[in-house]
Design a protein around this ligand. Structure first.
Ligand SMILES: [Zn+2]
Length: 144
């Protein structure tokens, strides 16, 4: 692995591990700006520990890192995967994707609506993401 790739992966791992990642902070600011309060963050008691959970409306929101969760849009641009140890990383991502599917199924079974947004969507427009969440909350009975 080249140093560049290693450093990128380390950065990504750090971001992945920390509780308040940049996309999460961005989303919370956008939710606040859109007047959406009353959610819990990093809810450990729910499958997959959603980044944001509107418990009253049973809407769970995940922000997925494009690399770690195998974003199809970014993957097709081929700008995500390290060229060295490709098999190792793709196996890791594959397992993450598998876990995501299981997590979403478990939440759906428990009556939750699951929303997944990609890191690149958050980069493009956190406000648009907040708006999409608001639309789903409205469907679940949240007064506008
Ligand atoms: Zn992406």
């Amino acid at each position: 692995m080249t140093m560049d790739v290693l450093e990128a992966v380390r950065k990504s791992m750090r971001a992945n591990r920390s509780k308040d990642t940049q996309p999460e902070l961005k989303l919370r600011r956008a939710l606040w700006a859109a007047g959406m309060r009353g959610y819990r963050k990093n809810v450990k008691t729910l499958p997959g520990k959603p980044d944001v959970a509107f418990t009253r409306y049973k809407v769970a929101v995940f922000l997925h890192g494009c690399f770690w969760h195998g974003c199809p849009a970014c993957e097709s641009r081929k700008n995500l995967h390290p060229t060295q140890n490709a098999a190792f990383w793709s196996e890791k991502v594959r397992r993450n994707k598998e876990r995501d599917v299981a997590t979403q199924a478990a939440l759906s079974e428990a009556g939750w609506t699951v929303l997944v947004f990609w890191e690149h969507e958050m980069r493009e427009s956190a406000a648009a993401v907040a708006e999409a969440i608001g639309a789903v909350l409205a469907q679940r009975g949240r007064p506008a």
